[in-house]
Design a protein around this ligand. Sequence first.
Ligand SMILES: Cc1ncc(COP(=O)(O)O)c(C=O)c1O
Length: 374
Amino acid sequence: VVADRDVLSLAGGLPATGTLPTDDVVDAVSRVVTRGAGALQYGPTEGEPELRRWIAQHELEGADPRDVVVTHGSQQALRLLVDALVDPGDTVVVERTSYVGMLQVLHPSGARLVDVGSDEHGMVTDELELLLASGLRPTLIYLAPTFQNPTGTVLSGERRRHLGRLAAQHGFVVVDDDPYRSLGFEEPPERLRDHVPADLAVTVGSFSKSIAPGLRVGWVHAPEWLTPALVRLKQSVDLHTGSLSQRLVLDLVERPGWCAARGARQRELHRARANALGASLDRHLGGIARCDAPRGGMFCWVRLDLLGADTDELLPLAIEHGVAVVPGSAFDPLGRPTPDARLCFATLDEAELDLAVARLGLAVEQLRTRRTAG
Ligand SMILES: Cc1ncc(COP(=O)(O)O)c(C=O)c1O
């Protein structure tokens, strides 16, 4: 649907095409290819050693590079983790509103999914504590605690510490999926791994949002006992992540000041677009749409007053009006319909955002009229 030129998409999580670092990549390609044959050659399954070192130093504040595995996007890291850790029937805890890509990994794994509620401070860890006290024994708990996809929330410091204590007490693995860290409108919080026992802490990251998703370079930092299993699994899937992509990433991030300058430009653009989306929601859906102002990331999570209807019902009408959103059911572990929708503010410019929301307003009005008439 979103490839249709007549449909404005608020649905995908795509960086704005105009902001992709095209010239820098063109430049880097000839440099990394002429530097030696390595960029076009097979490489180690764990990833290019220098890139692993860079990630350990800059993304993980001095972690051991041997515990870092470079993956084909962070999505592959999520899949490898579930393949390595979860047997059918195992319990996995997720947020009640979770990243759809992880739900897609978990569903076929045969895991029993238990969802814990979230509020504006992220997962409600008191609710998790009650479940644990009543005998719940999860193998792992998955969350995206920093500018979450789809809700944009940030897990509070207090809850990060609480979760770490619960992991220590009950021995479950904590997976912190963290691709939006560099896209905050505020200082990013401490990493969850700082509060979780080292042998239970897994962090997943990505260069998709900070550089370009088409390069497909992500990474996972795992405890020493888990890394070899991830490497063996990855070897069976694709031998290694593309050498050229990895070397391009390294070339870009090692340029003095490059990451800082790019991050600043992205944050400025995203903040302006997030504000524009908020203003358009007020203009076209005032009193009907409710959302918290995003603190970072790429998404605005909107609750719509649809007079008892849900966004699964809204979606076909929205598409007829020429706008796509992702309905709340996509992020619910059990696929339950909700009156929420995820709107991406990063892809479209201000004028397109306003037009998209105006179209959404027409679809909402149509659905509400139907409900009133029915
Ligand atoms: C929370 C989260 N995790 C993982 C991914 C996967 O990203 P990639 O495979 O491009 O690194 C995404 C993509 O949108 C995401 O939002």
